[in-house]
Design a protein around this ligand. Structure first.
Ligand SMILES: Cc1ncc(COP(=O)(O)O)c(C=O)c1O
Length: 442
């Protein structure tokens, strides 16, 4: 198969790749052809250990026949049905199954096609919720620096990554940001949740004092910021955000596009931290990355507030042609079966000790300024080379790829988030390839 792929290489000109240095990539492409279990196979036939669950999404590992069969079966029975004013059983069945694992009360499920759409949906739900309750002045949205909430205009507005924002200056109006929670000086090499920084939650109090609570609709945060390098919230921080939101009637949205579906060793980060938001956004692990899909979990309070007015009126003027797509719902149900049968939504908790000690064991290698782990996630922060930020981590990334390991880098931070099926031998392999690459990246 890999030989066949090599012989029939398509032109690289036409595909404009997302979040990729296109010219650099096309000069030296890195291509996957196949995937099974914990491994990819490259187009030149090499095995590459998946240290990132694809893009934080293939939580159950690659190539599950049961998911493929469920999708095929559904496509044969019914390929598509309209999602507006019409329904089909499998979307309802999937929502019911999701409600069973959702944090208590967050069991009203709205389907989207991606994390970005889930975020925009959640922000719109928050605005609609306040309006329906006669508090239409609540229009401000609060995000956090170094937050990533996808690439829609809503998501980049509340997000806090400069390169995602500066090229597109027309953001949503009325958005503020909390400071991020990263505090290298006080928290470097914390084994799990860092000790210091709970006071940064008080930024929300300052924003309320500045604008007035009656102007603020919602706060959105990633419980653990993934894309900007695995920033773990300090102890008590999320609890404090919940308290302040409750005090002022602000909705709390957890963006769990990465942390959802077992990544921290619990079904959701809300379970891990014991903090229940009003809305949770998900995607990625929802279908094990097999078919694009997202889901927004809303509290009954949020949902019920909108179930007003004449019953023939649409309650929320929002939705997607492919909301609850039958093939995606089939993939999602089959994925939930695997999570359940293999205990994957809590497996990260069983492996967390081994994961933590193996990754923290790298700390004496050159140029490492911090290591952070939680559940089945790790961030390894490297010292930047003078005048070349990001270059050292990129070299490690390419070196690892060439020697058989997929990692992810953001600036000079390495992020690891393997499929939740990872065992000890995979962990040894990951650590061995990564430590060699770190030693070479002087
Ligand atoms: C926390 C978070 N929110 C939203 C998104 C956007 O998801 P998508 O790329 O599916 O639109 C991501 C993607 O990585 C994410 O990590």
């Amino acid at each position: 198969m890999a030989d066949q792929m090599r012989a029939n290489q398509p032109s690289l000109e036409n595909y404009w790749m997302p979040f990729t240095a296109n010219r650099q990539f096309k000069a030296a492409p890195r291509m996957f052809a196949e995937a099974k279990g914990m491994y990819y196979t490259t187009t030149d036939g090499r095995q590459v250990l998946d240290g990132t669950a694809g893009l934080w999404c293939v939580n159950a590992g690659h190539g599950h026949q049961s998911i493929a069969s469920a999708v095929e079966r559904q496509l044969t029975i019914m390929d598509y049905a309209p999602s507006f004013q019409m329904g089909h059983p499998i979307a309802f069945e999937f929502a019911e199954r999701l409600a069973e694992i959702a944090p208590a009360g967050l069991d009203r499920i709205f389907f989207t096609n991606s994390g970005s759409e889930s975020v925009d949906t959640a922000l719109k739900m928050a605005l609609a919720y306040h309006r329906a309750r006669g508090e239409g002045t609540r229009t401000r949205l609060i995000g956090r620096e170094r937050g990533y909430h996808g690439v829609g205009f809503g998501g980049i507005s509340v997000g806090g990554i400069v390169n995602n924002r500066r090229t597109f200056p027309t953001h949503l109006p009325g958005v503020d940001h909390l400071r991020d929670t990263h505090d290298l000086e006080r928290n470097a090499f914390s084994p799990c949740e860092p000790e210091f920084g709970v006071e940064r939650a008080e930024d929300l109090e300052r924003i309320v004092a500045l604008h007035g609570a009656e102007s603020i609709a919602a706060l959105i945060v990633e419980p653990v910021a993934g894309s900007t390098g695995v920033l773990i919230p300090p102890k008590g921080y999320l609890q404090r955000l919940r308290e302040i939101c409750d005090k002022y009637g602000i909705l709390l949205i957890f963006d769990e596009v990465i942390t959802g579906f077992g990544r921290l060793g619990t079904p959701f980060a809300a379970d891990y931290f014991g903090v229940t938001p009003d809305i949770i956004t998900t995607a990625k692990g929802l279908t094990n990355g097999v078919i694009p899909m997202g889901a927004v979990f809303a509290s009954r309070d949020v949902h019920d507030a909108l179930m007003i007015g004449p019953e023939n009126m649409i309650e929320l003027f929002h939705g997607y042609t492919y909301s609850g797509h039958p093939a995606a719902a089939a993939a999602g149900i089959a994925t939930l079966d695997i999570y359940k049968n293999e205990g994957l939504l809590t497996r990260g908790a069983d492996m967390a000790g081994q994961w933590q000690s193996a990754i923290h064991g790298l700390k004496d290698l050159p140029n490492i300024v911090d290591i952070r782990t939680i559940g089945f996630v790790a961030g390894i922060e490297l010292k930047s080379r003078d005048g070349a930020p990001g270059k050292r981590a990129y070299d490690v990334f390419v070196d690892c790829f060439e020697r058989g390991l997929l990692i992810r880098v953001t600036g000079d931070i390495i992020a690891l988030s393997p499929p939740l099926i990872m065992d000890e031998s995979h962990l040894d392999e990951l650590v061995s390839i990564l430590s060699d690459a770190l030693r070479r990246a002087e």
